[in-house]
Design a protein around this ligand. Structure first.
Ligand SMILES: *Cc1c(COP(=O)(O)O)cnc(C)c1O
Length: 353
């Protein structure tokens, strides 16, 4: 195997996807499985597809293009760029939208391609990332319903991603009020009321998601077995379906404090050090080009992460029970940020086992 490697345990990932998707289906919630954190890698996507999600969803058109061969509706998650309107119609069956000008352009593109494009109108209930501000929502959306090649199939919300706002029965119920408004005013049944991302999942397990919410867009919970409102493990899931594995290229006993005047490190920061005497220092062949330092968690709990530069990860293994040697492999669990970086790095070998 080539290292550094991102090793995906097929059985564990399937188990996570199946466990969460079944739970949602039992509660009449359809699941858009979000592929962006692993760059819509096809073999990884296939494992999740085996657990029968209802949609695939990604923020980037490039990723949706990769997924074209899968026969399942595809959702574009990030508010589209106006300059992308043609590709949105071509490669996404559904897009999430909040800007009138963009929706008009998508309507033009859909007309030119002789298609009807489905959209979900995003409403901002206070998290302050995307969405039409809830107080402006009712007036703002009126012109959209006159467009011939746009089909408004639902409304949706995104919480926690920016403002950290926690989804609750109360704030999500507002979404339903707005759905009722659309249905009455425009005499139109909405198929999708999308109640958010992995931060809304805990409400499903607590039986506290407003009952008309019938869609969630789930990435992190499936992939890392973690819900994102409180950071708790999701019941019946693994947190190590994805592991980063790096190889040791140097192992030496050296002091814990550098010798000489301390200037700036490779990233322009002035480092500080705690003197722990002579320590057993390991260098792994992986670095900030592939990972973020706070995005990796050593599986061996006695390993301390000392730092990293672009291509070197430095660990203190003095307290480990294991007798590491040059050439040994060190395993790390990943946070969302760690997985995102490792997936995106061309230098990390992705291996499904
Ligand atoms: C990334 C994203 C999701 C998925 O978020 P997770 O926390 O990974 O479940 C859902 N909706 C939107 C709009 C997103 O951008």
């Amino acid at each position: 195997m080539k290292y550094p490697a991102l090793v995906i345990d097929k059985n564990k990932l399937y188990h996570n996807a199946n466990s969460i998707i079944s739970k949602c289906h039992q509660n009449n919630i359809k699941v858009a499985a979000v592929t962006k954190v692993f760059c819509a890698d096809k073999s990884i996507t296939q494992i999740i597809l085996d657990a029968k999600p209802d949609y695939l969803a990604d923020s980037r058109i490039e990723n949706l293009i990769k997924l074209q061969e899968f026969d399942i509706p595809k959702m574009l998650l990030r508010i589209p760029m106006i300059s992308q309107a043609d590709d949105v119609v071509k490669y996404a069956d559904i897009s999430l939208n909040s800007e009138i000008e963009t929706i008009f352009k998508i309507n033009d593109a859909a007309t030119a391609q002789n298609k009807k494009h489905k959209i979900i109108l995003m409403i901002d209930l206070g998290d302050l990332r995307e969405g039409i501000w809830f107080k402006d929502f009712k007036d703002y959306i009126i012109p959209v319903f006159k467009l011939k090649n746009i089909d408004v199939i639902g409304i949706g919300v995104n919480l926690t991603c920016y403002g950290g706002v926690i989804p609750k029965y109360e704030n999500l119920s507002l979404l339903i009020e707005y759905a009722d408004y659309i249905e009455t005013k425009f005499d139109k049944k909405l198929d999708i009321i999308s109640g958010g991302n992995s931060s809304s999942l805990y409400l499903v397990y607590e039986n506290n998601l407003p009952s008309r919410i019938n869609n969630l867009r789930l990435g992190e919970s499936i992939v890392l077995g973690r819900e994102t409102a409180f950071g708790n493990p999701v019941p019946e899931t693994y947190d190590d379906a994805f592991l980063l594995v790096a190889e040791i290229v140097e192992l030496k006993e050296k002091p814990s404090v550098p010798i000489g005047e301390i200037g700036m490190d490779a990233f322009g920061n002035k480092p500080t050090f705690v003197d722990k005497g002579i320590v057993k220092r390991v260098i792994c062949a992986v670095g900030k080009q592939d990972i973020s330092l706070d995005g990796i968690i050593p599986v061996d709990k006695n390993i301390e992460i000392l730092g990293a530069s672009s291509d070197h990860l430095i660990l203190n293994v003095s307290n480990s029970d294991k007798n590491y040697k040059v050439g040994d492999k060190v395993e790390f669990k990943l946070t969302y940020g760690g997985l995102l970086a490792a997936s995106t790095s061309n230098y990390v070998n992705k291996v499904v086992i």
